[in-house]
Design a protein around this ligand. Structure first.
Ligand code: NDP
Length: 338
């Protein structure tokens, strides 16, 4: 096991902020990214924690990326909010778009947020969790680069295309799931490659279309959608929602645009927020939440089950009490950017 350094969450945030501002990110962009990276370390989602800083720095090397961009929020009479990220990174665009999305959903019952021209290499649970914390049911979708072969094919076309969902619960954190439409997130394969470990069979195929357990061959080949044709259809839906529906790039177009092969995906993120006060004919949100709790109890009454996000919230409690343990090698790598 590699040696680790115990850090407070404030120190993780400061380290990430210093690294990014030293690499030419504006304070606003760097601060927003540092906040999501710190949240990922806090919830033990390591592939989106400090490990991501190198990817942000690499993505910023793309001449089309602007790590100093100030996103522009556009409000219309409709229930759709637009944020033009202006080729900056997603965390700042989200910071600026989530409150207007919440306000529209509160007013109209259902609202959407379309984030355009955005580099997005973050997890999606922070945004749907933030909306559920305000009583809304939420969905988020984003494409990435061409990494995943469509079911039956052998060449990368879809992104790893995550989708996230959240459900507000009374007096406790919301239920959230956030999952790639590939068998594994790409970051997991990258972590296996760095550690020189094989990946499980079924995650990916090599360049010749053969199943592989080599992380390097998988990164050069194609990842596979989860659940065969079913995950492939989810990936397709995400391409359409976060691409065609909001006039942004498909994952393969993002790859074509990345001429320097920085790996930074540029496209759209699409969010939907629903106010249960409006979907319930009687407006009785308490009763609806109580019914949902019965469903959750029924799930948990079966041995071997847990609710999605339960692991994260347990990790969060630990991290808030004890700080987080960061591998020395990773700490040194991020410190090197300052
Ligand atoms: P995982 O397979 O690790 O987890 C997916 C979801 O399933 C999580 O919500 C998790 O909850 C839940 N879960 C896991 N195990 C169980 C279980 N036994 N019972 C019930 N629920 C369970 O995630 P992925 O590898 O698919 O994705 C990882 C992350 O990568 C996501 O946050 C995604 O947004 C991000 N990503 C980002 C991309 C981008 O381009 N921006 C591209 C692709 C992925 P819990 O968290 O509690 O474990």
């Amino acid at each position: 096991m590699s040696n680790t350094i115990n850090m407070s969450l404030d120190d993780v945030h400061q380290l990430a902020l210093n690294a990014l501002t030293s690499q030419g990110f504006s304070t606003a962009q760097a601060d927003a990214i540092a906040t999501t990276v710190t949240a990922a370390e806090r919830d033990e989602c390591h592939s989106h924690g400090l490990f991501r800083i190198a990817f942000y720095v690499k993505s910023a090397a793309n001449p089309t990326t602007d790590p100093t961009a100030t996103p522009e929020v556009k409000l219309t009479e409709s229930s759709v909010v637009h944020v033009n990220a202006r080729e900056g990174f997603c965390p700042l665009a989200l910071q600026m778009g989530l409150d207007p999305l919440r306000d529209k959903a509160m007013k109209h019952g259902i609202a959407a947020l379309a984030i355009h021209n955005v580099y997005n290499i973050a997890a999606l649970w922070p945004e749907v969790e933030a909306l559920a914390d305000q009583g809304l049911v939420a969905f988020a979708f984003t494409g990435s680069n061409a990494y995943v072969a469509p079911h039956g094919g052998t060449k990368p076309l879809f992104g790893t295309n995550p989708m996230a969902f959240s459900w507000p619960r009374a007096n406790q954190p919301p239920l959230v799931f956030d999952q790639a439409s590939s068998v594994s997130a790409r970051g997991e394969i990258q972590l296996h490659a760095i550690d020189g470990k094989p990946i499980p069979a079924g995650w990916a195929i090599d360049k010749r279309g053969q199943s592989t357990t080599s992380a390097d061959d998988a990164l050069a080949g194609a990842q596979l959608p989860f659940g065969a044709h079913k995950g492939s259809s989810i990936a397709l839906m995400v391409e359409l929602l976060a691409g065609a529906l909001i006039g942004d790039l498909f994952s393969y177009e993002s790859t074509q645009r990345d001429t320097l092969k920085t790996g930074g995906p540029c496209g759209g993120e699409f969010l939907i927020a629903i106010n249960p006060m409006h979907t319930l004919a009687d407006g009785n949100v308490e009763a609806a939440q109580a019914r949902a709790e019965h469903l959750f109890e029924n799930i948990l009454s079966q041995e071997g089950t847990r609710l999605p996000s339960a692991r994260r919230f347990e990790a969060r409690k630990r991290s808030l009490a004890n700080g987080v343990n960061i591998p020395e090698k990773l700490h040194a790598q991020v410190l090197d950017y300052t």
